[in-house]
Design a protein around this ligand. Structure first.
Ligand SMILES: [Zn+2]
Length: 490
């Protein structure tokens, strides 16, 4: 359709402006493959902590060298947890307030405020449902909303747009696949906690070709087989993360190929697993997170891990799952859209768990590296777009003296050592977050710039301060997948 439109335009203006139109075509050419990596709940310090532990310095991640670096604001439409049936934004982000170093003797959310800026970014934050919906649909909404607006109306999400363009689609997460972030790319529901309904919709979704994530009903958080499965309620909230009906569908070999063991995930990653041609669902043998929720008293000690806990050895890494997903989706004729979430980064941030968040963020970083390697080996940056971002900050991890030195950065203690960290909160924040992009259409992000946030440049040294908001990501995804003018209907 895009090519036809450009062709007719060219014919109509034959002999005129050919170079200009050729340039327009080049700019608007869709990306063949789009990879969206979301580290859930990564404050600025979270990226730094993992890099210091991994490399003893910043700047060593593949995405540190990506050409596009922008801030991204994440605030929702409002902070209601139910639809309020209007389109009125009630929260926002103000750079001057966010970086205000005026001392503040108060407390908020059970933590001392220390500075007005800290106090400001603790308020009016998004949850992962509204944030995921903004990224996937381009619409800000209320907290708890999965793919629905503030009138509770279903929205078109990017996975559907990609499928309508003939692309293969995949959703991968280190937390249950029916959790808020992956759900926002493959379901619509008024409440993120309705795991039974959401799991069923995702399993039955004709727009989704591959799902991988935790949530296995038969295993506990340590990867041990349960005496009896734990299912999500069919409707409403409660129980596990997959309904009994959805689980029965997953086990229907006429519909899905179920991958469960670490060895099968590793075979899939190497292209060595026999494929049945059905859709792929990968459910590692663990309940709620790949590794984060494991108990050291059960799984044992591991001297080489940041937490000192051994890893569950029956569970694949997020990088292995990503390689497997790319192996399947990369075979398609018209390219693919893949979302990969480091979901347990957010779980560790809620627990203000420095060692745990480093483990999870490194797992995420290795998954990104696996994708970069795939692009270089099997595709190119001319046809593939890779985006790395977070859906919101969480926990405000900063340096050890950040109670008296405003915005003091994380202290680097060298590779393999836990960095110096002080946590200032236990939940999400409204901070301006970090985004990196490289590849086909990456420059398109600069068309969405909302303004300049001096703190990104002066305090973090991240970029020149330019930033977008989360719904702009959906606009770019639509532009590179569907082409301009981007339309994306259910
Ligand atoms: Zn989140």
């Amino acid at each position: 359709m895009m090519r036809a439109r450009i062709a007719s335009h060219l014919l109509a203006t034959l002999g005129l402006l050919t170079l200009c139109l050729a340039a327009t075509f080049a700019q608007a050419a869709p990306a063949r493959n789009v990879l969206l990596f979301i580290s859930d709940g990564a404050s600025w310090g979270t990226w730094d902590m993992a890099s210091y532990y991994q490399y003893g310095q910043k700047g060593m991640q593949a995405y540190d060298r990506f050409p596009v670096k922008l801030g991204m604001t994440t605030y929702p439409l409002n902070t209601s947890t139910t639809p309020t049936h209007n389109a009125v934004p009630t929260v926002s982000y103000d750079p001057a307030s966010a970086w205000d170093k005026t001392p503040n003797a108060g407390t908020y959310g059970g933590f001392p405020s220390h500075f007005n800026g800290y106090d400001y970014i603790k308020r009016d934050y998004t949850d992962s449902a509204a944030a995921g919906t903004a990224l996937a649909t381009g619409v800000k909404t209320y907290n708890n909303a999965i793919g629905v607006d503030n009138f509770a109306q279903d929205l078109a999400y990017i996975t559907q747009c990609a499928k309508a363009q003939g692309k293969a689609t995949g959703i991968v997460s280190s937390v249950p696949f029916s959790h808020a972030t992956p759900a926002a790319f493959a379901a619509t529901n008024r409440n993120r906690n309705n795991y039974g309904e959401i799991s069923q919709e995702m399993i039955d979704n004709p727009a989704v070709d591959l799902i991988m994530g935790a949530g296995h009903p038969d295993y506990d958080s340590n990867g041990r087989l349960r005496a009896a499965p734990v299912f999500a309620k069919e409707t409403g909230s409660g129980g596990g993360y997959v309904s009994r009906t959805a689980w029965n569908t997953v086990n229907d070999r006429a519909k899905w190929q179920l991958v469960q063991t670490r060895s099968d995930f590793e075979a899939l990653a190497k292209g060595a697993l026999a494929l049945t041609g059905r859709k792929i669902i990968g459910l590692p043998q663990v309940h709620d997170t790949l590794q984060y929720r494991r108990d050291g008293a059960v799984v044992g000690r591991g001297a080489s891990t940041p937490s000192g806990k051994a890893y569950i050895d029956t569970v694949p890494s997020l990088a292995t799952m990503t390689r497997g997903a790319l192996n399947v989706l990369g075979k398609g004729g018209d390219g693919f859209f893949l979302m990969v979430e480091g979901g347990a980064v957010d779980w560790a941030a809620h627990a203000t768990d420095t060692a745990g968040i480093i483990e999870e963020q490194i797992d995420f970083n290795r998954a990104v590296q696996a994708a970069v390697d795939w692009v270089q080996a099997h595709s190119s940056w001319d046809e593939t777009l890779l985006i790395v971002l977070t859906d919101h900050g969480n926990g405000m991890p900063m340096g050890p003296h950040s109670d008296s030195v405003a915005f003091e950065p994380i202290r680097n203690n060298g590779a393999g050592n836990l960095p110096g960290v002080k946590w200032h909160y236990h939940t999400h924040t409204n901070e301006n977050t970090l985004l990196w992009a490289k590849g086909a259409g990456a420059d398109r992000f600069y068309d969405e710039v909302d303004g300049v946030d001096p703190g990104l440049a002066q305090v973090l040294g991240f970029n020149d301060g330019r930033y977008i908001t989360n719904t702009d990501v959906a606009a770019v995804l639509q532009a590179v997948i569907v082409a301009e003018p981007a339309t994306c209907a259910r």
